[in-house]
Design a protein around this ligand. Structure first.
Ligand code: PLP
Length: 812
């Protein structure tokens, strides 16, 4: 359609004239965004259809990645990049008087996820398509994504994120692919030809309508599908008369549509809501029906399903695919239990994302039994048979059975169901997998050792480096050629320049430029002047106790105290930048946001310190904000309590953009450390085995640290007594007690001294520009290993056993 700048310009102008619907001089950025994205969507249509056609013809095995979250962010810039027309479009638009960066800002950030788990799903889709694997996403088209965060008077206020208000140029509604999902009702057992048949009666019917979004692989030829389901009522209200039934129907319609209305704004705390259970089953049932319809067209028998289909569940949220697949195979495809179980357990694989006990999903038995009666019967049967196996495996240890049982009293343990019903269970970083098999899931590991494996998370270097930091990407290509784009591990090639002063200067200049940009952004958005030559120390991620934003801000209070006491203290100017959303019901997390603002207010106003210390909280952390801020960071705060962060992916984005990690040996930080060593990051704090040991023996005595470390005592007292940070009635006694009364469950005080010491090492190292740049380059060079291309290659070969048609990727 367009292959060079001139043909692009011509086509774009034709579209502008035919689609704008108003005089050209009245065209706004918003109009340009719509027309451009629409044009791109149409442009990929042909390759999209061809990709699907090819899958069908070759009968290729396909993977379906089921996830309640897809944090995809904006698509325009990335799609242009993957189509390899980004520069051409940028220049073309510029000649027509438009700035592509401004146009990109017009796109709403699709926030159909909370944090790492949802972003991982989005990075995986990009890698699947770019590596030309047959792999699709299956999710929910929430009408409202994750809330928009506003800060009012230092407090988080949540606004609804009505991201679809102006339409979504990337999606295609597929009425021809809709399916029916059933809730409630009662199961009747009928005897037919000597066989028992299960039929659900009096159910409530919901229509699931898919909206397809093209997932454009790098190179633009290979296009997979993200299928997002929307819930609609089966009833046509326009055909009803305004009788008393009308309002009942209206209620019904409302209740059905609520299924795909909201994303639950919580990624670690379990929400015991009926609606959330409905959402999960809705996704599983709709997704499965559509997969089986596609499979049905191949003309194979059902027992061949595992040779053509792999179903992956992103955490336990979509675990109901297991009993739902059993239901369809038994009730509709007339398989025996044994045949159906064989097919199911050869089709489904599962990723565990956390060992936090409060995040392990448990559903009330009575709720599941009422909402999904047939599904509950199947789960009960799975459990009965599983407990039978346990009894014969461990005849002498009956105490094991309640620990491993799927149904435990009035609770249904989804992780247990997921393990029993799948052929692969993976953790998301080496340390996390080790904790799973040695501790949390040890009993299951002993029973099924071959089922467990590790797949360390990754991020797409196309979005997080090529698109977010084009100058750095270009510098790498200028140095080692462009092969690294298809083979990210080859970024190692820049290691030989780590001591090259020319290369060091260029990476430094790029970082400086990115910092200048953020400084103007902060000035424009918050009216705060920050020093672009200070160290940018960035802590952005969801707000949670274990991620220890509280430790960071307490340490900043300590730095302030120190500078006030000793004004001539020689410290490199530092700008601390935070960004974090707190779950609306997580009140302590919201209090940390308030504390950050109170501290920022005090520090930024105080002339004694504000040349050396600034604190900024960026509102509404999201994918597009992450893309802006991460390339500007010098220091990446990855300070979770060791053993608590399963992997982290923020850590990888920073590393890839040349920030140095200040962190604990937790999650994927451990693997970063194995690659680049002690010298190229700033480690501190207790290690996971030490922390786990403390937990096992009831924690440590927080009171001791409070009493013995005067720095700790000073900042803690500033939370509760009138002080610089605690005036106008702002008393943070709740935060104080959250530490002292739980005996500091996240080891904030215990790790404080070590954390403060690591900050001093950062300061010292930054003074030596050459040394710092060298470390930065070492980080960038080793980050290719954390590309999700590497991760997906492992999933595809070791778990899903997919074939890739083209052996050599778009040879460039
Ligand atoms: C990468 C990312 C995360 C995950 O960050 P962690 O530091 O790994 O918790 C969360 N939110 C957004 C918007 C991200 O891009």
């Amino acid at each position: 359609m367009f292959t060079n700048k001139d043909s692009f310009k011509q086509l774009f102008q034709e579209n502008l004239i035919s689609k704008l619907g108003k005089p050209m001089k009245e065209a706004q950025n918003e109009d340009i965004y719509k027309i451009l994205s629409n044009m791109i969507r149409e442009y990929v249509g042909k390759n999209w259809a061809q990709t699907n056609e090819r899958y069908k013809e070759n009968q290729e095995k396909q993977v379906y990645y089921f996830s309640m979250e897809f944090l995809i962010g904006r698509l325009l810039g990335n799609n242009l990049l993957n189509l390899d027309v980004l520069e051409l479009v940028r220049e073309g638009l510029q000649e027509l008087g438009w700035d592509l960066e401004d146009i990109e800002e017009e796109e709403v950030d699709a926030g159909l996820g909370n944090g790492g788990l949802g972003r991982l799903a989005a990075c995986f889709l990009d890698s699947l398509a770019s590596l030309q694997y047959p792999g699709h996403g299956c999710g929910i088209r929430y009408k409202y994504g994750l809330f928009e965060q506003k800060i009012i008077d230092g407090n988080q206020v949540e606004l609804p994120d009505f991201w679809l208000q102006k339409g979504n140029e990337w999606e295609v509604r597929r009425d021809d692919k809709k399916v029916e999902v059933r809730f409630w009702g009662n199961v009747e057992v009928i005897k037919k030809d000597g066989e028992f048949i299960f039929e659900t009666r009096n159910y409530e019917s919901v229509t699931a309508v898919p909206y397809d979004v093209p997932v454009i692989g790098y190179g633009g030829e290979h296009i997979n599908t993200l299928r997002l389901w929307s819930a609609e009522s089966t009833m046509d209200l326009t055909k009803l008369s305004r009788t008393h039934n009308y309002y009942n129907s209206l209620n019904y319609k409302r209740s059905v549509e609520s299924i795909s209305e909201f994303l639950y704004p919580d990624d670690t705390l379990y929400e015991g809501k009926l609606l959330r259970l409905k959402q999960q089953y809705f996704l599983c049932s709709a997704g499965l029906q559509s997969i089986l319809r596609t499979f049905g067209k191949l003309g194979l028998t059902m027992d061949q399903l595992p040779t053509k289909v792999a179903i992956h569940i992103n955490d336990t949220h979509p675990t109901l695919v297991i009993p739902e697949l059993m239901r369809i195979l038994i009730d509709e495809k007339e398989m025996t239990w044994e045949q159906a179980w064989e097919v199911t357990t050869r089709t489904v694989s599962y990723t565990n994302h956390t060992t936090l006990s409060e995040a392990l999903e448990k559903w009330s038995v009575s709720m599941v039994r009422q909402l999904l009666p047939r599904i509950y019967m199947i789960i009960e049967e799975i459990n009965t048979r599983f407990c039978g196996i346990l009894m014969s495996e461990y005849p002498e240890q009956p105490e094991i059975i309640p620990q491993m049982s799927i149904i435990d009293g009035q609770q249904l343990k989804m992780a247990n169901l997921a393990i029993v019903g799948s052929y692969s269970v993976n953790g998301v970083a080496a340390l996390h997998t080790e904790i799973l098999i040695k501790r949390e899931m040890k009993l299951f590991y002993d029973l099924y050792p071959n089922r467990f494996n590790n797949k360390t998370n990754g991020i797409t270097h196309r979005r997080w480096l090529l698109h977010a930091n084009p100058a750095l990407a270009k510098l790498i290509s200028d140095a080692i050629g462009t092969r690294w784009i298809d083979h990210p591990q080859e970024m190692l090639g820049i290691m030989k320049y780590s001591e090259d002063s020319g290369f060091q200067d260029r990476t430094r200049a790029i970082k400086q430029h990115n910092k200048m940009k953020i400084a103007s952004y902060v000035l424009e958005k918050q009216g705060i002047i920050i020093d672009p030559y200070s160290i940018f120390d960035v802590h952005v991620k969801r707000l949670h106790g274990y991620k220890r934003q509280l430790m960071n801000i307490l340490h900043i209070m300590h730095l302030y105290n120190e500078m006030k006491a000793n004004p001539s203290l020689d410290r490199i100017p530092r700008t601390f930048i935070f960004g974090a959303k707190a779950a609306p019901s997580y009140s302590l997390a919201k209090r940390v946001i308030k504390l950050i603002h109170v501290v920022a207010d005090q520090v930024n106003r105080d002339k004694d310190v504000n040349e050396k210390l600034k604190v900024v909280f960026l509102e509404n952390y999201s994918v597009s904000l992450a893309e802006k801020i991460i390339p500007s960071a010098d220091v990446s705060e990855q300070i979770s309590t060791a053993s608590k962060e399963a992997s982290g992916t923020g850590n990888m984005k920073f590393m890839m953009n040349g920030a140095l990690t200040l962190g604990t040996l937790d999650g994927a930080n451990v693997e970063m450390h194995n690659m680049i060593g002690e010298d190229n990051m700033f480690l501190f704090g207790l290690q996971s085995d030490e922390i786990l040991h403390y937990y096992q023996y009831g924690g440590y005595v927080a009171e001791d640290v409070y009493r013995n470390d005067p720095r700790v005592r000073e900042v803690l007292e500033q939370l509760v007594k009138p002080s610089d940070f605690c005036h106008h009635g702002h008393v943070f006694d709740d935060l104080f007690h959250s530490i002292m009364s739980t005996n500091d469950e996240y080891f904030v005080l215990k790790d404080f001294a070590s954390y403060a010491d690591a900050h001093l090492r950062v300061d010292l190292s930054y003074r030596n520009t050459k040394e710092w740049q060298q470390k930065s380059i070492m980080n960038i060079a080793h980050s290719g290993k954390f590309s999700s291309d590497c991760t997906i290659t492992k999933y595809a070969t070791e778990i899903w056993r997919l074939q890739r048609k083209q052996a050599e990727l778009h040879a460039k």
